[in-house]
Design a protein around this ligand. Sequence first.
Ligand code: NAD
Length: 452
Amino acid sequence: MVTNSVAKELSTELKQKIESRTARVGVIGMGYVGLPLALLFSGEKFNVTGFDIDPTKVEKLTAGTSYIVRIPSEGIQGARQQGFTATANYSQISDMDAIIICVPTPLDEYREPDLSYITKTAESIAPHLRAGQLVVLESTTYPGTTEEVLVPLLEKFNRVGLKAARNGQVDHGVFYVAFSPEREDPGRTDIERHDIPKVVGGLDQRASELASALYGSIFRRTVPVSTPAAAEMTKLLENIYRCVNIAMVNELKLLCLRMGIDIWEVIDAAKTKPFGFHAFYPGPGLGGHCIPVDPYYLSWKAKEFDFQTKFIELAGQVNTDMPYHVVTSVAKALNGHKKAMNGSKVLVLGVAYKKDIDDLRESPALTILELLQREGAEVSYNDPYFPFVGRGRHYDLQMKSTPLDNLGEFDCVVIVTDHSDYDFPRIVADAKLVVDSRNATRGIKASNVLHC
Ligand SMILES: NC(=O)c1ccc[n+]([C@@H]2O[C@H](COP(=O)([O-])OP(=O)(O)OC[C@H]3O[C@@H](n4cnc5c(N)ncnc54)[C@H](O)[C@@H]3O)[C@@H](O)[C@H]2O)c1
């Protein structure tokens, strides 16, 4: 049994190590969230170790090479000089003072939470836990995951019977646990990551203080909340807010198209209101690891409380229908040119789920490509970020990006992702027919463009 004073000394020691930048930070999952986080800590002179089960990522990081477009290799090389290393070897967990988990939280085939990455991580790190360490979960998930899933596994599988510190009762608690959601918006350049306040919810007061101290060294502001569940729910509120508002504006776009009103003009006018309105934009459907996925984590959990999350379900329905709307619009546009979809050559511009990023996860372009193929179209795509699209969790396309030098050979060009690299006036000039789901051709007067 660990006495109160021992636990206090351990937490004081960890806090001092954080403040003096001598704490060793382990980040688990070197993906879109974990790698930039590791680099932020490294930039603040912490000694950082990145853990990943993907040997290619470990090799590339060890060689000082980036695999994420917006992270230059020089950033990794700079971190390497600062002591940053990458490994798949979990025994190094015992050398860490703070361990931050950034592994995926997708949906399974029944659109239910797939926590297997979190549970596998917990089972892998637990045997190497030692007293006084701080473990923080950053993966987006339903309220209760940290306390009901992560902590029991860490307690069950550690070799020396360590317990998580709870409710200030530290007599048998010797490691600290918190949840802190990642809030970045990939591709966004108008706000630095360290300027996004970091929400932190510890399992007990001391865990909150330690997590706040840790994140306070790289973020300008931390926002402590009372429990991990409150922090988990905060992230879901933010993403459900986006999901529902995007669905609303998507639905209004469909109505505006029918009424002959330009929804984009309407949004621009509405957003001049200095209060009470935040602009959301319609598009070809939701994409990315977050907005199409996270709300379902909550609707699944809500069932345990005999509660139906109606807004989430409705927003899901509207947003899921958007790729189908794009394909119907392509058929309509071709019809206007006396052409059938079956046998037409269709080029999809942009497969990333949003502009200027190299992320394909849950992209509506994948559904659009498959639906077009199903209708018998001869489909090609172009994306400067994806020279090849092979197999993913829900698709198997095996297609190569087509160069844009012969647009006139396609019966229709569909703008799905409005990457800044695209020269839209030229595309409209060269293509026979353009279907624009992003308003990328705004301001271009041409009879061959159909907005959808
Ligand atoms: N990408 C975003 O913009 C974003 C924003 C906010 C929150 N999130 C959340 O952050 C979490 C991570 O997302 P991401 O986009 O970084 O995912 P990602 O797929 O880019 O990266 C996850 C990494 O974890 C690794 N991994 C999986 N299991 C592992 C294990 N057992 N041990 C070690 N490494 C393991 C994978 O190999 C991969 O490199 C998710 O919960 C996501 O919802 C993501």
